[in-house]
Design a protein around this ligand. Structure first.
Ligand code: PLP
Length: 367
């Protein structure tokens, strides 16, 4: 039995007719960049997350970069974020000319430890950029409160959190702006690079809309220097077809997480935590185990593609070594990156596969 980490082909085959129709429609209308298809997806996605509007862009990284610029982040500024995330979170901050300031994580949710933020806020702090890591919402209530008190922006990196909820509200409509990635393997994925910025503030969204399309306000009038970071019609049409299935896919992910939890409950592992006031979207199902590399190798020998998200925290990435982040400043992150293990997780994963994966873990992790 070969079990991949994600299976995009299985998803395509479950909704093939809808996807094929959406693609054909875009080709028939030659609606390739922005236009009606993008507008309709933006509207549908904003309605889904409960935000006022959405702006489709070319990737999650572009969403982060443009959202940070829209609130005015630039050279000389500091933006607080987590060292345990995909590289693009900090990269987008650096692209604006600002400096990422890392804060250690909570050892249950693996998200920013809100208690540790206050002490790094300075006069240069312009924004906090929490990540809803693995699909578990960051502690948005406390973060919003802190952002208000210090008059700084709160931008959500929701690239892993389509369908996640915090106190009944979808991620994407809580902070000042939120950034989504539709990279193919995300909870909602395009067939290439794509992303969106969502929010409730018209003037901020307007700024993102302008920045994604060369600073343009009308066809021949460019008000500022922007970027070529527009969303394609094909991706928008595919994403809109998939959006109507997203909630049932999230439920399937949650069922798989529940089954993994039951099967591994007597095993010497730390299961993913779900805070009482959130709906975890399980973009990734991440355990902690001792002798992680041994477990990973054993799973591989059984044909199971597990992964590590992420083996190297951002303050130790070569690109940030010169920035002089203290190697010993993030002890929780350092401990956790040696123990985390991502198990296969996708809505179509079957009971037999889940049982086989759990059994294979038990063979090494013991009881
Ligand atoms: C995927 C991801 C991104 C970047 O998205 P792309 O669409 O690949 O540019 C940013 N942040 C996080 C947390 C991600 O998981």
């Amino acid at each position: 039995m070969e079990i991949p980490l994600v299976d995009l082909n299985a998803q395509y085959h479950s909704i093939k007719a809808e996807i094929d129709q959406a693609i054909q429609r875009v080709i028939d209308h030659s609606s390739f960049i922005l236009g009606e298809e993008v507008r309709r997806f933006e509207r549908a996605f904003a309605d889904y997350v409960g935000a006022k509007d959405a702006v489709g862009v070319s990737s999650g990284t572009a969403a982060l970069n443009l959202a940070l610029r829209a609130v005015g982040v630039g050279p000389g500024d500091e933006v607080i974020t987590t060292p345990l995330t995909f590289f693009a979170t900090a990269e987008a901050i650096s692209q604006t000319g600002a400096r990422p300031v890392f804060v250690d994580i909570d050892d249950r949710t693996y998200n920013l430890d809100v208690e540790k933020i206050e002490s790094v806020i300075t006069a240069k702090t312009k924004a906090i950029l929490p990540v809803h890591l693995y699909g578990h919402p960051a502690d948005m209530g406390a973060l919003l409160d802190m952002a208000r008190r210090h008059k700084i922006w709160l931008i959500e990196d929701a690239a892993q959190a389509h369908g996640a909820k915090y106190r009944g509200q979808y991620c994407g409509a809580i902070g000042h702006l939120a950034c989504f990635s539709f990279f193919p393997a995300k909870n909602l994925g395009a067939y290439g690079d794509a992303g969106a910025v969502t929010g409730n503030d018209d003037s901020l969204l307007e700024r993102v809309r302008k920045l994604r399309d060369h600073g343009r306000v009308t066809k021949y009038e460019h008000e500022e220097i922007g970027f070529g970071e527009r969303l394609d019609g094909l991706h928008a049409a595919i994403l809109r077809a998939k959006l109507s299935h997203l909630d049932s896919w999230i439920e399937a992910r949650r069922k798989i997480a529940h089954d993994y939890g039951m099967l591994l409950s007597d095993c010497d592992v730390v299961l993913p935590y779900e805070a009482p006031d959130v709906r975890h979207a399980y973009h990734l199902y991440v355990l902690r185990v001792n002798r992680r590399d041994e477990v990973l190798a054993h799973l591989k020998s059984r044909g199971i593609a597990a992964g590590i998200h992420y083996p190297v925290p951002l303050h130790r990435q070569p690109a940030y070594l010169k920035a002089g982040y203290g190697v010993n400043s993030f002890p929780i992150t350092e401990r956790i990156v040696r123990e985390i293990l991502s198990l296969p997780m996708y809505p179509e994963l079957g009971a037999a596969q889940i049982g086989f994966i759990a059994q294979s873990i038990k063979e090494v992790a013991g009881r």
